[in-house]
Design a binder for this molecule. Structure first.
Ligand SMILES: NC(=O)c1ccc[n+]([C@@H]2O[C@H](COP(=O)([O-])OP(=O)(O)OC[C@H]3O[C@@H](n4cnc5c(N)ncnc54)[C@H](O)[C@@H]3O)[C@@H](O)[C@H]2O)c1
Ligand SMILES: O=C(O)C[C@H](O)C(=O)O
Length: 385
């Protein structure tokens, strides 16, 4: 475990924490933990995070099978060091000092199931993991820290002052409920910071972009991105098409805003309706195609890696990073809502508004609210019972 001093934490986003000669001067030390790392999403996500040069240390945790995954991935000659942690007794070590914690732990759907059908199993898994996050890597704001300094700062065995902080990227379904569960667990532990909890809805955006580009006959990714991919992994993630997706992450709560898509494509109302439905049913399309062997894993790993990369860039001081995510929000009457979010050194720097909606999108927005509200309430109730 590599501990960080309070001095290094305060300077980490702008300069240099060098580790064993791997990092360049400009890249701060960053630890990413993946919980559920041996699973269908966890393995390819771990691979993509290993390719990300912003990652210094990669902690792979699962209830079983992580030693093999970690050994395998650790042989890849990229910057980060890889550690495998297996079983609950090792969870604390996996989490300690993490900057970003990604959670793809939990059971996936089978054909005929809704995401909410996963609630009974996944709610308990997420609750347990969030209790551990609250214990081992809670973030505290400077304000809270000054108020309650004794609670959150401790001196480690080497005499260094430690301050834990993490951005939590929740992938486990049903995201519309697991994010509120996490928020309640963190509140109970006194560590909740709404700027640091994210429901990962990037796969909806990824799908909307792909389907829109296909139908609108616009390039899905710039040639430059492809070229950079082969020459410089720093700029691996990126595409030309942009489509915001708002609401939540299940069925009609997924609301792609094709009226705001760029570049503009000439699509009829019927085509927009079909694209909206396909985006909302994208998860089910994969579940049915996999015919009982799980849900989206590879596209989700890509989406999870894109989102985690955005979080890391924000933490490192970039001020122009915008992604859609399901976060605590006041842009509608619902307490959590997915929309464009500007990321920065503190996680969420700004929850961006919805922008101008078409009549079709306004209708979709009103339709999704009752379902999203009830999924949020279900999560809150579960966490407090
Ligand atoms: N947010 C999204 O867009 C999105 C997309 C795809 C899948 N998902 C969800 O992600 C979850 C995982 O899907 P998958 O296909 O990787 O499933 P999977 O069954 O292949 O993998 C899940 C992994 O979680 C592990 N796990 C279970 N309990 C755990 C615990 N307490 N601590 C740590 N690890 C634990 C399992 O051992 C397994 O390795 C599902 O809930 C799925 O619905 C979300
Ligand atoms: O559909 C699922 O169950 C998995 C995931 O939420 C997805 O959108 O692919």
């Amino acid at each position: 475990m590599m501990w960080r001093s309070i001095k290094s934490l305060t300077t980490s986003s702008s300069s240099h924490i060098l580790r064993r000669g791997y990092a360049s001067e400009a890249v701060p030390y960053r630890k990413v933990a993946v919980l559920g790392a041996a699973g269908g999403i966890g393995q390819p996500l771990a691979l993509l995070m290993k390719l990300n040069p912003l990652v210094s240390s990669l902690a792979l945790y699962d209830i079983a099978n992580t030693p093999g995954v970690a050994a395998d991935i650790s042989h890849i000659n990229t910057r980060s060091e890889v550690y495998g942690y297996s079983g609950e007794a090792e969870l604390g070590k996996a989490l300690e000092g993490a900057d970003v914690v990604i959670i793809p732990a939990g059971v996936p759907r089978k054909p005929g199931m809704t995401r909410d059908d996963l609630f009974n199993i996944n709610a308990g898994i997420v609750k347990g993991l969030c209790e551990a996050i609250a214990k081992h890597c809670p973030h505290v704001s400077m304000e809270l820290l000054l108020e309650q300094v004794c609670l959150y700062v401790r001196v480690n065995l080497d005499g260094l002052v430690e301050l834990y902080l993490a951005l939590v990227n929740m992938i486990s379904n049903p995201v519309n409920s697991t994010v509120p569960i996490a928020a309640e667990i963190f509140k109970k532990a006194g560590t909740y910071d709404p700027k640091r909890l994210f429901g990962v809805t990037t796969l909806d955006v990824v799908r909307a972009k792909t389907f829109y580009a296909g139908k609108g006959k616009v390039p899905v990714a710039g040639m430059l991105d492809m070229w950079i991919y082969y020459t410089d992994l720093v700029s691996f993630f990126g595409s030309e098409v942009n489509v915001p997706v708002v609401g939540g992450h299940a069925g009609i709560t997924i609301l792609p805003l094709f009226s705001q898509a760029t570049p503009k494509a000439n699509l009829s109302d019927a085509e927009i309706t079909a694209l909206t439905k396909r985006t909302q049913d994208g998860g089910t399309e994969v579940v049915e195609a996999k015919a009982g062997k799980g849900s989206a894993t590879l596209s989700m790993a890509y989406a999870g890696a894109v989102f985690a990369d955005a979080c890391l860039k924000g933490l490192n001081g970039a001020s122009d990073v915008v992604e859609c995510s399901f976060v605590q929000s006041t842009i509608t009457e619902l307490p959590f809502f997915a929309s464009k979010v500007r990321l920065g050194k503190n996680g969420v720097e700004e929850v961006l508004g919805l922008g101008p909606l078409s009549d079709y999108e306004k209708e979709g927005l009103e339709k999704l609210k009752p379902e999203l509200q009830s999924s949020i309430e279900k999560g809150i109730k579960f966490a407090n019972q």
